[in-house]
Design a protein around this ligand. Structure first.
Ligand code: KDG
Length: 327
């Protein structure tokens, strides 16, 4: 078997076809839709690839046209999809958004019994992590099927065994599982990660009400080596055993679609953190948080879960205060 292309980041999880109404209002009355793809891990993969990192995305998809669409879209973004498996017995999942005209969109999933929901520990192969530096996983995958939590656990364990670092975004999706199961499973995965990336609400869901500093100490105490809390419009804060740093938000004038902002944040953070040149935690945290805040904000300005993710040149221009050349 030929060797795999080196990857800065490996990620795996479910990607779906996304149907978005062209109009606002109740989904029941939406006559026209645009078609795209979505999935927390592939959103992060696209974000990282656009910023110049090499990325390998792994999943199971149906042996159907929607599976073709997902693989060709991700390959078109420069992502290595060599290890994706196609399952003739189960379909690729679909999800719909509903834009209300205010707040977060509603989402409706059609993913029970999908090919990715059949992911099991025996699918996780040592080869997944060959020639790679880092694994990124989310708390969506463990919620999908009878063995997907064990698959995520197996991947995190194997990745660490092979010397990769691991990041984990809990990405709580209440529509997919009970609160009790979500809390128990997500908490059990925290000790297996190096970088834990919860939002403030997720931190509260997992650990009860605390101050931001207490959340940092709490999750570091569970075994994470860096804890990064997304504070939404308040920016973000990061903790390591040696540093605690807060970064101001990147302000945007209009928010179009909030779905995918957390994945953009994760891509921004990882793209900087994994290329740390200094051993000063405070400096590294600040640079990574600032880039994460910028990406999270940019992602909210476009419809779609990943379409608004910027390329490296755009990030460099924005971070250096350069002007945009529009024509
Ligand atoms: O974070 C955005 C994702 O939630 C979205 O792209 C679809 O993966 C998805 C999910 O499970 O909701």
């Amino acid at each position: 078997m030929a060797g795999l292309k080196p990857a800065d980041v490996v990620t795996f999880g479910e990607s779906m076809v996304l149907l978005q109404p062209m109009s606002e209002g109740p989904l029941a009355y939406a006559p026209l839709f645009t078609r795209s793809i979505a999935g927390a891990e592939s959103n992060v993969a696209i974000g990282l690839s656009r910023l110049g990192l090499s990325v390998r995305w792994i999943s199971r998809l149906g042996a159907d046209p929607f599976g073709d669409l997902i693989t060709s879209t991700l390959a078109g973004e420069g992502i290595d999809v060599t290890l994706v498996e196609r399952d003739p017995a189960y379909p690729t999942a679909v999800y719909f958004k509903e834009f209300k005209g205010y707040g977060d969109p509603n989402v409706y999933y059609y993913r029970k019994g999908s090919a990715a929901s059949r992911l099991a520990p025996e699918h996780v192969k040592p080869r997944w992590f060959e020639n790679a530096r880092h694994l990124h996983v989310t708390g969506i995958t463990p919620a999908l099927g009878p063995e997907t939590a064990d698959a995520v656990r197996a991947a995190m364990t194997e990745a660490r065994k092979q010397g990769l670092t691991v990041s984990f975004d809990p990405n709580l999706r209440r529509k997919l599982w009970s609160e009790e199961e979500a809390r128990r499973t997500l908490l059990s995965l925290v000790p297996l990660c190096d970088i834990f990336l919860p939002g403030l609400e997720e931190a509260e869901f997992l650990a009860g009400e605390m101050t931001v500093e207490q959340y940092g100490a709490h999750f570091l105490g569970l075994g994470a080596k860096a804890v990064v809390l997304k504070l939404g419009e308040q920016g973000s804060v990061g903790f390591t055993p040696l540093a605690a740093v807060r970064a101001q938000p990147h302000k945007v004038s209009r928010v179009v679609d909030t779905v995918g902002a957390g994945d953009a944040f994760a891509a921004g953070f990882l793209s900087s953190w994994l290329n740390n040149e200094s051993d000063d935690d405070e400096r590294n945290l600040l640079a990574a948080l600032e880039r994460a805040n910028l990406l999270g904000a940019l992602a909210t300005q476009y419809r779609g879960d990943w379409e608004g993710l910027p390329k490296l040149a755009e990030v460099q221009r924005l971070q250096s205060g350069g002007r945009e050349t529009t024509r």
